[in-house]
Design a binder for this molecule. Structure first.
Ligand code: FES
Length: 372
């Protein structure tokens, strides 16, 4: 069994990196890596890419891509995510996806499982157009939603929709290491045919005595509202939930309900949550947007009080730098030249010229100008 690769701080340079230091003299003004890219894009070290080696349709609107990363990839921890560059419509976009495969895969590849979301141009593009043989820029794995190294824990996974992906990676990792503890998993999907990775989940349930899967179809039955997450449902499906470490990933409404349930039971410290979107606070009823000027691009557009400036820029035809789109990576940072913006997570208004603005989680709070 392959163990997850761990970064080795202070490790001595590889033979390859020593050799390329010498050959770089002869490759100037480029680097050896630029020439190697012409032979095999996965041999480059000046940027990281992955080759799509398999595409697999999970459901009618979800697809798993198997990616073979280049030389400078390092292994991930089960539950982490990765940034993926997507060329579409002549532009370059970046999105962040959870790695759905466990680190113990034997073939050095990893998978991402993408569900086409409403109005999600890029997710639709991935599900419909990405094909075997495409090369995609990738980042290094990131994120702190993963299981502790120390056992024992008794996990309870509560997931919905594509929130299955980190849990799927974690559970498979524990199975591959032969140390799966007693694990309860509650997963929500609208219908049986919508369950992303459904066949694999059922097989895991069938072949692992310690894994207990509960699939809930939230739009089926006479009274589908009864299928939503509740404490009564949790008591019925996992009576010892208060003794477990809870790992939750899904839409904001589900995560809020779980957080409230855990808080009321005094169990908040056992809850670990992974979000696909930043939690936005309620903004005042009288909040207004304004005219947004992107100074460097010489573009102007109207931005309302709750639309992130990154989206305003993209809808105006720009392609500003971005990564996670949820306030974590700071790739979207720019400077406020004048006017007011609001941080949608905290409600705080920034109006000091020179302030750093994260365009993915800030909206116009009146007219404003950004150095973008
Ligand atoms: S895109 Fe990551 S912080 Fe804005």
């Amino acid at each position: 069994m392959r163990q997850p690769a761990q970064p080795e701080p202070g490790a001595s340079p590889s033979i390859w990196s020593r050799l390329s230091t010498i050959t770089d003299y002869f490759a100037w003004p480029l680097r050896t890596s630029h020439y190697l890219e012409l032979v095999n894009p996965l041999w480059t070290t000046h940027k990281m890419q992955a080759r799509v080696v398999k595409v697999w349709d999970e459901t009618k609107d979800a697809r798993t891509l198997t990616l073979r990363p280049g030389l400078n990839w390092r292994g991930h921890r089960a539950g982490q995510h990765v940034r993926v560059g997507i060329p579409a419509n002549g532009k370059h976009y970046t999105r962040t996806y959870t790695i759905s495969s466990p680190p113990e895969r034997e073939d050095d590849c990893f998978t991402i499982t993408v569900k086409a979301i409403d109005k999600g141009t890029i997710s639709h593009h991935i599900v419909r157009n990405i094909k075997v043989g495409d090369y995609l820029p990738i980042g290094l794995p990131q994120g702190d939603f993963y299981l502790p190294d120390a056992q024992p824990i008794q996990p309870l996974f509560i997931t919905a929709g594509s929130g299955i992906t980190p849990a799927f990676s974690m559970i498979n990792s524990l199975i591959a290491q032969g140390r799966l503890p007693d694990t309860c998993h509650i997963h929500y999907a609208p219908h049986e045919f919508d369950v992303v990775l459904g066949k694999e989940l059922k097989a895991m349930d069938r072949y692992n005595d310690r894994y207990h899967l509960n699939l809930i179809y939230s739009r089926e039955g006479d009274d589908p509202s009864g299928n939503r997450f509740s404490k009564a449902q949790l008591d019925a499906l996992c009576p010892d939930w208060k003794d477990r470490d809870v790992y939750a990933c899904g839409p904001p409404s589900l995560l809020e309900a779980i957080e409230q349930c855990m808080e009321e039971a005094g169990c908040s410290r056992q809850l670990h949550v992974e979000r696909f979107r930043a939690p936005f606070t309620e903004i005042p009823d009288d909040a207004v947007g304004g005219r947004v000027r992107f100074a460097q691009s010489d573009v102007e557009a109207d931005g309302d009080s709750d639309t992130p400036l990154l989206k305003v820029a993209e809808e105006a035809g720009m392609n500003p730098p971005h990564g996670c789109r949820m306030g974590i990576c700071h790739t979207c940072n720019t400077t406020l030249v004048s006017g007011c913006v609001r941080d949608l997570r905290t409600g705080e208004v920034l109006n000091e010229a020179g302030s750093i603005v994260q365009t993915c989680i800030c909206a116009a709070a009146g007219d404003c100008e950004l150095d973008l």
